[in-house]
Design a protein around this ligand. Structure first.
Ligand code: MCN
Length: 781
């Protein structure tokens, strides 16, 4: 199925090629750095080299005097001219220490913005940074979240005694009773290490103030949120700010809100009256773009002899870094909400403590709390199986929710919409040939070779929405306009940055209106074009943005039907709409096309009495619930005992995201997400030393797999529609990341279990695995 499918052939479900790709593949994409504005000045940021220090003085005189330097800004220059940024998605119980755009008297992480230089070009700006003198008085730092809680630990903010930002907990059922009567109790300490998103395009922003309007081109996932944040900080009405997201080279969650240096760049453009551009270097992107994870989870499960899990409890320590970032709370809270995974665990308790440390802030990064949850639940399931001498697949089967239990209210207060978890697992086991691999494992073990089989059964919340369950607005806007010529324009508040939404939303509109896909334009990512929006993150575009479009299509068709009835002199109830034609029921020849209806709608001729001219509709959709995609993954790894190196022999991923709109795009998302999961489980880790220096802040030190290391993926699917989504679709983009990480980890841990090793932390790099083998004297065998 390709573009140009005849009208009437369903496009929903068709593997249509992404219309976005031709330009990108030919190098015709337009990213922030490609936007040509005359007289654009470059901004460079002086960042703290200390994890924790008092600023005694900043001397900018030499820098300011350099030829080509237009301005040097410090906190003093912003005083009284900017307002504090609005808190976004910050829990009400959290302390909110101030976070000035540029540091005032103290820095709290390496990379914190201290001063900004605006110069004729980036080379002059970089030279000028070196000419700024900052007198720092270093303080003891604490970059480890557990150490930050110790008595006597360095304190980051007077507002947060003990470095605690906030606590959150819930408990359901008789947790302690279940532990008291359990046949077996397993405990694990599971670390979800800090990660970097490493989007191909580093953070970038270009701002221009002209004719009373501040126009901002930004590599953002949420243009409307960026506009509102800048409006507050710069004390401008939203109507004076236009944010445009041009092509964006990936975001993975970390480009969802305004950064401090973004606001400084916009401020500079306003005050200098020249366009100002900020493009982070890769090194800056590592230190100064929000990071993911940073969780320590102490989890325990109580199980009956047959492997039924009676209760689970978890204490999570979330490392927030130095400041509360927008949506910082999200990951820790979502981990708790998904504590029981796809399982029927009647009693559960979750206690979250979020702490400040001298490191870059953490915030949502692909999965945002759900990979953490899946990791701890799935590692726990394997631990239960191992403790009881049961097969890990069987333990999962005994605990999985059954189809008749949906909608399922979880102990944490979510309501899962639909699922066929056991069927997915069964299919996975059969297609992978599980029994054969276990047999092979026995042979390998007898020969002293390490072979591991890992599982992951998971569900997750896809779609940030409904608003009542989310930290900040969980709705999305979608408008559909049939133009006077009959061509269609779709406007969406989502803001794609690699997901292919122009293609998918055109498929939906072409199907719904019965027009060729080429006749549908999809506009997004410009606050002057799309009046309201929330953005693209949390796998929400299809599950929340999609219905806003389908509802608008319904409204347009309804209006068009009434116009057609008037034109055909029939009753609206007698008009049948199919393949872009409105016909009188029983008289197929008495018909008008959508194009002629549109022409009449704009000519305002022959319209029913009182009807407004035009043919368009807007919907702001606030979904009734999240969608809950799920999957069953199986991974087989061989580990070299001498080097610790893992080779993925087989990776099978079955995903169920309900109605599949574009299987080719879904496949691409799954390949990407699995590759990221592989990277996380097997190699990625951001490490800070005791002074708060980032030790892994370059592509030499941080693992980004190439095609050479990336395993071959075998993907599969089932279809269990979401009952509350108009076309039954669930989000999918984060699922492979959520499910993939524990699957790899379980495989590695399963392989090592033959030597009695019960747990190794991620990342399972060759060196880390070798260290574990070496510590146990096993590499010498
Ligand atoms: N899709 C579909 N049918 C479904 C579900 C999804 O055809 N039932 C398609 C969608 O139409 C869309 C894609 O799959 O083209 C992903 O849809 P969805 O799951 O709704 O996710 P979003 O579009 O909201 O994308 C956000 C998601 C997130 S949260 C991260 S992180 C991530 C991801 O997208 N970052 C990405 N994938 C990325 N892909 C690229 N190239 N770059 C990123 O930064």
């Amino acid at each position: 199925m390709v573009q140009g499918a005849p009208v009437g052939q369903r496009l929903i479900g068709a593997a249509v090629r992404r219309r976005e790709d031709a330009a990108l593949l030919r190098g015709d994409g337009r990213f922030v750095d490609d936007v040509p504005l005359p007289k654009t000045a470059a901004m460079a940021v002086l960042r703290s080299p200390h994890g924790h220090a008092v600023i005694r003085a900043i001397d900018t005189h030499r820098a300011a005097a350099l030829p080509g330097v237009l301005a040097v800004l410090t906190a003093r220059d912003l005083e009284g001219r900017v307002a504090p940024e609005p808190p976004i998605g910050v829990p009400s119980q959290a302390v909110r220490p101030p976070r000035p755009l540029l540091a005032t008297d103290r820095v709290r992480y390496v990379g914190e913005p201290v001063a900004a230089v605006i110069a004729e070009n980036r080379y002059v700006a970089a030279d000028a940074l070196e000419a700024i003198r900052v007198d720092y008085d270093p303080l003891p730092a604490v970059a480890d979240p557990e150490a930050a809680l110790e008595p006597g630990a360095p304190q980051l903010h007077p507002e947060a005694p003990g470095n605690v930002a906030y606590r959150w907990s819930w408990s359901h059922g008789d947790v302690d009773g279940a532990f008291a009567r359990a046949h077996a109790v397993v405990s694990l300490r599971l670390v979800n290490q800090r990660l970097a998103a490493v989007a191909m395009e580093t953070r970038a922003l270009l701002a221009e103030y002209r004719g009373g309007t501040l126009t901002v081109w930004a590599g953002t996932q949420a243009p409307h949120r960026l506009r509102s944040t800048l409006a507050v900080i710069l004390k401008l009405p939203e109507s004076s700010i236009r944010v445009i997201a041009p092509d964006v080279g990936g975001g993975f969650g970390v480009k969802g809100s305004a950064y401090r240096d973004d606001a400084v760049c916009a401020f500079a453009a306003l005050s200098l009256g020249r366009p100002v551009k900020l493009v982070l270097t890769r090194a800056e992107d590592f230190t100064s773009t929000v990071q993911g994870r940073g969780q320590v989870n102490d989890v325990e499960a109580a199980a009956a002899a047959d492997g039924t899990v009676l209760a689970i409890r978890c204490r999570t320590l979330a490392d927030l870094g130095a400041y509360l970032e927008a949506l910082t709370a999200y990951p820790g809270v979502l981990t708790g909400r998904l504590l029981t995974g796809p399982y029927r665990i009647p009693a559960a308790r979750y206690e979250l403590t979020s702490v400040f440390t001298n490191a870059m802030s953490t915030a949502p990064y692909r999965g945002a709390g759900r990979p953490e949850a899946a990791y701890l639940v799935e590692r726990t399931m394997d631990a239960v199986a191992r403790r009881l001498g049961l097969d890990p697949a069987e333990v999962r089967r005994r605990n999985l929710l059954r189809p008749e239990q949906f909608p399922y209210p979880t102990p944490s207060g979510l309501v899962y919409d639909s699922g066929q978890y056991e069927a997915a697992l069964d299919r996975a086991l059969e297609l992978v040939g599980y029994a054969r691999f276990r047999e092979e494992q026995r042979t390998a073990r007898a020969a002293g070779r390490l072979l591991g089989i890992g599982f992951s059964c998971f569900t997750e919340t896809a779609g940030v929405g409904p608003s009542k369950l989310t930290a900040s607005g969980g709705w999305e806007s979608g408008a559909v306009r049939v133009e006077p010529t009959g061509k269609v324009t779709v406007l969406t508040g989502t803001s794609p940055h690699g997901q292919g939404l122009e293609t998918v939303f055109a498929q939906i509109a072409a199907d719904g209106l019965g027009v060729p896909m080429e006749d549908v334009a999809v506009l997004h990512g410009d606050t002057a074009v799309v009046s309201a929006g929330v953005g693209t993150f949390g796998s929400r575009s299809v599950s929340v943005g999609g219905p806003a479009i389908t509802r608008s299509i319904d409204k347009v068709v309804d209006k068009a039907r009434r116009i057609a009835a008037s034109l055909l002199e029939a009753a609206a109830e007698d008009i049948v709409f199919s393949d872009g034609r409105f016909a009188v029921r029983g008289s197929p020849d008495r018909a008008v096309t959508l194009q002629s209806v549109a022409a009449a709608a704009y000519a305002a001729k022959g319209l029913p009495d009182g009807m407004e001219p035009g043919l368009e509709a807007t919907t702001v959709w606030d979904p009734p619930n999240f969608t809950f995609p799920f999957g069953a993954y199986i991974c087989v790894v061989d580990i070299d005992v001498d080097t610790g190196e893992s080779k993925t022999r087989s990776f099978y991923a079955l995903d169920d995201c309900g109605t599949r709109i574009n299987p080719m795009i879904i496949e691409g998302q799954i390949h990407g997400g699995l590759t990221e999961a592989f990277a996380v489980a097997m190699g990625q880790q951001l490490t800070y030393d005791e002074q708060g220096n980032l030790l892994s802040g370059s592509l030499m030190d941080y693992f980004v797999p190439t095609a050479v290391e990336t395993p071959k993926w075998e993907t599969d699917y089932t279809v269990t529609p979401s009952p509350h989504h108009p076309i039954g679709a669930k989000g999918v983009a984060e699922s492979p990341h959520v499910g993939g990480i524990p699957c790899f980890s379980n495989a590695v841990n399963d392989a090592l279990s033959q030597f009695g090793i019960t747990h190794v932390d991620m990342p399972h790099s060759a060196f880390n695995v070798w260290k574990t083998l070496h510590a146990n004297g096993l590499d010498k065998r």
